[in-house]
Design a protein around this ligand. Structure first.
Ligand SMILES: [Zn+2]
Length: 456
């Protein structure tokens, strides 16, 4: 009687749960595609490695972004993998041979990989499995074979801290997922899709997961950004300085969804840095531009948002014009933090040096933090950065920006001061956080910064 009751209850539960389970499975099968993440490669490739799983292992094959199960190894908790004459050899911890060659498409999964299984590579826990490539120099490239969703789990906190509002984290999850999906094969020459550094997206595996970032990933499960029905990369960066940029004003090709928008949610992010002409000369040389010793540096043009689009450097042997984002990549993207800059220091009191232009209220140089009203070309006074700005250098009023050559610095060093941080294309993370604080939802945030997109 007792067993019968349990059986009936079990059947009832099965029926109750069945539609839900079927739904979940249908959704899951669409979104369980795997990615190959390079953990150790190039100069960091290893001679051998140790893998651990409390529930044992399962050998199989990675194919079509899925996993085909092969030989189970349930009784082993620790495996040692080596490269022996270009074969990937697996032994147990006592040296007993388990596989004489796993092959380059082979994958070592934890037995419970379908049930949140965790595998330790050396001391670091990862979801998914480990693949290896035997290199000719006797070392191994180590790859984490992980589903896109679990990849986003391991990326999200590194790109936007877990303590941020959930809707900002969800917008970032869509961006991180779209970056992963749109950059398959970025490292194909090395045998995987994406690396774990800022070159791609910072990925820390299971150790990088937090409840809020897992929730943000789950609540946007499988969602990507679409433009004209095609999935696209959701570019992001830290702070816009007031306007985001048209993609062609930063890099090269135009894209309909990457248009400049006025950023009404941008927290102020002023920065200032000084570079000596010697340092600039060395940076140019490293980048392949021999300018000789620097004589002057000037802003040649700005785009419609006020961002610098051409910086001219006159040297003793040649004149170099750096354009768009090249300005930052050559001089240092963490030094010249954005293209929204001017030459000279706008944060100190006026000096006698008339080669350095300053923002002025018409009488003296002032700091932008105070209530500065800028007079635009048509005579209107506004409080924000405008494309046509007039400045005062202590002697006369001049036009800043536009196509006029207005900012030139001679002498031994130059000060860059500006607003914002990053390339300026797509979603500014600081503004996404601000919008979330003001109650906007993640899709509203994405649609504000990406023009005419769908999220699905
Ligand atoms: Zn990379």
């Amino acid at each position: 009687m007792k067993y019968l009751r349990i059986t009936i209850i079990t059947i009832m539960f099965t029926f109750l749960l069945l539609p839900h389970l079927l739904d979940f499975k249908a959704e899951a099968s669409d979104r369980n595609d795997y990615l190959k993440i390079g953990l150790k490669f190039g100069s960091s490739s290893v001679a051998s490695c140790t893998l651990q799983s409390e529930e044992g292992f399962l050998l199989g094959t990675a194919e079509d972004r899925g996993f085909a199960e092969g030989m189970p190894l349930p009784v082993y908790e620790k495996l040692v993998v080596t490269n022996e004459n270009s074969a990937i050899v697996i032994r147990d911890e006592n040296g007993v041979l388990l596989s004489s060659d796993l092959g380059s498409s082979g994958c070592i999964m934890p037995s419970d990989y379908t049930d949140e299984g965790i595998l330790f590579y050396e001391e670091t826990p990862y979801r998914g499995g480990i693949m290896l490539q035997a290199k000719a120099d006797g070392t191994l490239t180590v790859i984490n074979y992980v589903t896109v969703e679990h990849y986003v789990y391991g990326v999200l906190n590194s790109e936007l801290h877990y303590s941020n509002p959930i809707e900002a984290l969800k917008a970032q999850a869509v961006a991180a997922r779209s970056f992963g999906e749109m950059n398959l094969n970025k490292h194909s020459a090395e045998g995987f899709d994406l690396c774990t550094s800022t070159h791609c997206q910072v990925y820390k595996g299971y150790s990088g997961e937090y409840p809020s970032t897992v929730r943000a990933t789950d609540e946007t499960r499988g969602e990507l950004l679409y433009s004209n029905g095609i999935p696209v990369t959701a570019f992001y960066f830290k702070n816009s300085g007031g306007y985001t940029q048209n993609v062609e004003d930063v890099w090269t090709s135009r894209h309909a969804y990457l248009r400049s928008v006025r950023d009404d949610y941008c927290p102020t992010y002023p920065w200032s840095t000084s570079l000596s002409f010697d340092t600039i000369s060395k940076k140019l040389e490293t980048a392949g531009y021999g300018a000789g010793s620097i004589r002057s540096i000037s802003i040649k043009s700005r785009n419609s948002t006020g961002a610098v689009s051409a910086l001219q450097i006159v040297g003793s042997s040649s004149t170099i014009t750096l354009q768009k984002e090249k300005i930052r990549t050559v001089l240092g993207a963490t030094i010249v933090k954005s293209l929204m800059f001017q030459l000279g220091d706008s944060y100190t009191e006026d000096t006698a040096d008339s080669t350095v232009w300053k923002i002025s209220n018409g009488v003296t140089a002032v700091t932008p933090e105070t209530n500065v009203y800028l007079i635009s070309g048509d005579g209107r006074a506004t409080k924000s950065q405008k494309t046509e700005v007039y400045g005062y250098n202590g002697t006369s009023t001049v036009k800043l920006g536009g196509t006029a050559i207005s900012e030139i610095v001679t002498g031994g060093s130059v000060n860059f001061s500006g607003f914002g941080y990053g390339h300026g294309v797509g979603m500014p993370q600081d503004s996404a956080v601000e919008m979330a604080k003001q109650g906007f939802l993640y899709d509203e945030i994405l649609k504000y910064y990406f023009t005419d997109v769908e999220i699905k």
